[in-house]
Design a protein. Sequence first.
Length: 147
Amino acid sequence: MKKNSWVSLTLLFVTYFTFGWKLSEFDVPPHLTWFLALASIFVLAIVLSFPMRNTKALVRGWFSSDMGAFLSIIVGAFLAVVIVAWLHLFATCLLLISAAALARLDIQISGGKNWRAFVILTTISLAGVALGGAIEFWLKTGRLVFS
């Protein structure tokens, strides 16, 4: 990896550290919260590491039909309302995606292949979330183990 890639990887770690810290503060069942967080980390790493080759053809085919265009407008309007209603959640998701995309771009520029990018993105993201959640849990409860 090149010399300056540590900046984007540090940014990725800090972003996910903050995300893990915030996840520990929610008043929802922790098993569900952490399962969704881990699943979203894996999905984002897969999407960024192994992009689809025929995305352009897929989108063009979807919008070429009247039904596809109509459903896209309806779903787009619904998403706009959700984004406005939950702006803080949308901004957090956008920040996580942006940090991961920047790190993926930096890995790609330095010559990293798809599997290497997946491993690096997943490892750093999971380490950040786990450390952030563990430190917040430890500061809140004074213990390191869930019971």
